[in-house]
Design a protein around this ligand. Structure first.
Ligand code: GDP
Length: 194
């Protein structure tokens, strides 16, 4: 189901996990890898185009939510504020959202837009993890260093502790089991507590 209004999102009380990040971070590729589908999420022909909240029901027991990519320069100011509104509405109102995954390209230094977004999630007590993408593009030692630098920067700036994180590569299928196991574990707790 795809729409731009939180009130029209599916009403089934299944645990839900949102995936969000800057345009081109590799979100569609990651979703396709996690779900073992080539074209479930549309890989970006034109970044910033898919401005919808997309719900995918997985194995009848959880929702994977593909949120639009942010930070695309060619989107107008008006589009940006409309986008912000329904995305913030989604995070503030969606009760069944149990965890969000903020995607970050492993090659890049911490970007203000990502840091601000995670700060906002933290302030609003919305649980999230970081998924570092495109790990195949760097040597393993550089991957480790970039992750450490990233987490250190978070701790230096405003966090008491670094969030949980995953290192992934969609082209090499790295990190798939770890992310899916984490989701399965939370789903189990969700069922036990409901
Ligand atoms: P989205 O805009 O965040 O949905 O990003 P896409 O999934 O469309 O990916 C953007 C670009 O990065 C595409 O050219 C992908 O082929 C590439 N890409 C995505 N994930 C990976 C990855 O794990 N490794 C490599 N090498 N390239 C990737």
């Amino acid at each position: 189901m795809s729409n731009s209004e939180v009130s029209k999102c599916p009403s089934e009380p299944l645990p839900e996990y949102a995936f969000i990040g800057r345009s081109n971070v590799g979100k569609s590729s990651l979703i396709n890898m996690l779900t073992d589908r080539k074209h479930l999420a549309k890989t970006s022909g034109r970044p910033g185009k898919t401005q919808l909240i997309n719900h995918f029901k997985i194995n009848n027991n959880w929702f994977l939510v593909d949120l639009p990519g942010y930070g695309y320069a060619r989107v107008s100011k008006k589009e940006k504020s409309t986008f912000q509104k329904y995305i913030t509405n989604y995070f503030e109102q969606r009760k069944q959202l149990v965890c969000s995954f903020v995607l970050v390209d492993i090659r890049h230094e911490p970007q203000p837009i990502d840091m601000e977004f995670m700060q906002w999630l933290g302030e609003n007590q919305i649980p999230f993890c970081i998924i570092f993408t495109k790990a195949d593009k760097l040597k393993p030692a550089i991957v480790e260093k970039n992750v450490q630098d990233y987490l250190n920067k978070m701790i230096e700036t405003l966090w008491e502790e670094a969030p949980k994180f995953f290192i992934t590569s969609s082209s090499k299928r790295i990190g798939r089991d770890e992310v899916l196991k984490f989701i399965a574990q939370i789903n189990k707790e969700f069922i036990e507590n409901s």
